[in-house]
Write a protein that binds this ligand. Sequence first.
Ligand code: NI
Length: 186
Amino acid sequence: MKLPIYLYGHPVLRKVSEPITAVDDQLKSLLENMFETMYNSDGIGLAAPQIGINKRIVVIDGSVLAEDFPECADSKMAILNPEIEILDGEEVSRGEGCLSLPGIAEDVKRVEHLRLRWQDENLEHHEREFSGFMARIIQHECDHLDGKVFIDHISAARKLFIKRKLSNIVEGKTRVEYPAKYAPRR
Ligand code: NI
């Protein structure tokens, strides 16, 4: 089932999400819905808060980027309760976007190498190193679980530059090409 994507300005995107502690049918269908919602909106990653659920779940599939970023080949995965360990503090700047911030693309500095510890859909533990654009997607999506979005990492000057676009999203004036849920009216 396709679910609406909660947009910038909605308080659910600013909450710290809760860990997953049990596997049940609800979790299985939630993961299916998250993948379907991500593919429907041409996303390469989606975090549960973006569909209004403050749980520590991320789905990723960056396979469409494999031509430019080989590390993204066959990268479909469900990530529960992730923990990031930075392996190399050197940051690289690259363009990012987010389904919760339609029409906004900004360069963001992030580290290129990390170790991820996570649990899969059966709560089995995994540990693996990621680099390049995969490391970027993981950092972007895990930020969502702590109530952060990618523009939190940009400069004050850039934020000022996109101020109008941001307020258009918050006020529900941005056209979105997928089902979306705007921030509640103040
Ligand atoms: Ni995002």
